[in-house]
Design a protein around this ligand. Structure first.
Ligand code: C5P
Length: 236
């Protein structure tokens, strides 16, 4: 995965997202399109954003039976997105089917989109996981277990907290992607995120990529905020 911070395009319609993207002029971005925008605007939004020269992480967190996932991912690969995700809870066979679907759908001569998995949602508490999913382990154990399963299924990485990145790296390998949200510059509003880290700390803690939303989307100057975060992230 290339190094640019991924910007979360958390807008409900293309008009708003378009206005936001216009403030970046010629800067080529890596943007995250989630369910909100994709389900409102449809697959054409991917073509529109790609036509502007940006890379796309399609954050649809897919989870279904292997055959359905295979077909869904095959179709998404044809859109030439750069990265997409599924839920690790769908299981090993589902994750393998996702990968096979992506491979089957990638046009000849093009690179297969990266495939990463969500482990436990950050909105899930340990108590809830134990009571509702009947997993009698710690949240951390479950997250690392799902990361290992994802690795064994042959996927490229996981979405995780920067605070879990080093542990996941030890359990998999250094090339296994650790894409981390919950990023803020020092002194910024935390919003609903419980545990945030700075871009520098994310790297130091073992993240291989960062996803940033409101620090950029709510900034008076998104381009300035983006460049500041990019510089902090790329600082070795
Ligand atoms: O605005 P903020 O930087 O908090 O946004 C982070 C982005 O990453 C949002 O799109 C959010 O949905 C997403 N995300 C997250 N935590 C996860 C997975 C995705 O914050 N575990």
């Amino acid at each position: 995965m290339e190094e640019r911070p991924v910007i979360a395009l958390d807008y409900s319609n293309w008009e708003e997202a378009k206005l936001f993207l216009q403030s970046f002029h010629d800067e080529r971005l890596f943007v995250k399109v989630g369910m909100e925008l994709f389900y409102q605007s449809g697959p054409t939004i991917v073509e529109t954003i790609k036509a502007q020269g940006h890379h796309i992480f399609l954050d649809l967190k897919l989870h279904d039976i292997p055959n359905t996932i295979y077909q869904a991912l095959k179709g998404l690969a044809a859109l030439q997105i750069d990265m997409v995700n599924v839920h690790a809870a769908g299981g090993m066979n589902m994750m393998k089917a996702a990968l096979e679907g992506l491979e089957a759908g990638t046009p000849a001569g093009m690179q297969r989109p990266l495939l990463i998995a969500v482990t436990q949602l950050t909105s899930t508490t340990e108590e809830q996981m134990q009571k509702e999913q009947l997993i009698s382990k710690t949240l951390q154990t479950s997250v690392v277990h799902y990361a290992r399963l994802t690795y064994e299924a042959g996927l490229d990485g996981v979405v995780c907290s920067a605070l879990e990145a080093a542990h996941i790296c030890r359990e998999t390998n250094e090339h296994f992607l650790r894409v981390t949200p919950g990023i803020r510059l020092p002194g910024e509003a935390v919003h609903d995120q419980k545990r945030v880290v700075t871009p520098e700390d994310a790297r130091k803690l073992g993240a291989t990529g960062i996803v940033v939303g409101r620090s950029i989307t709510e900034s008076a100057s998104p381009l300035t905020a983006y460049l500041k975060i990019k510089e902090a992230w790329e600082e070795k």
